[in-house]
Write a protein of this length. Structure first.
Length: 73
């Protein structure tokens, strides 16, 4: 498995956009992302560094593996 530390919210949004997720809007400090045909929304905190647990949960919700996500960065 790869290293998930030190990834910002902005970097994560760009990586998820490469797989078809699109920003729907912003609620407070979180960007809400949607993907056509998927019932799940991703709520991405816009922090300087995302916690590893939060990032893993977002990757799992997007139906990606950690390795696939790291290749998108």
């Amino acid at each position: 498995m790869g290293k998930l530390g030190n990834i910002s919210g902005k970097e994560a949004v760009k990586a998820f956009q490469k797989t078809g997720w699109q920003p729907l809007g912003q609620v407070g400090s979180h960007v809400v992302m949607v993907k056509p045909g998927v019932r799940v929304n991703l709520s991405m905190p816009q922090h300087k560094e995302l916690s590893v647990g939060t990032l893993r949960a977002l990757i799992r919700s997007a139906d990606l593996s950690v390795e696939e996500f790291l290749k998108l960065l």
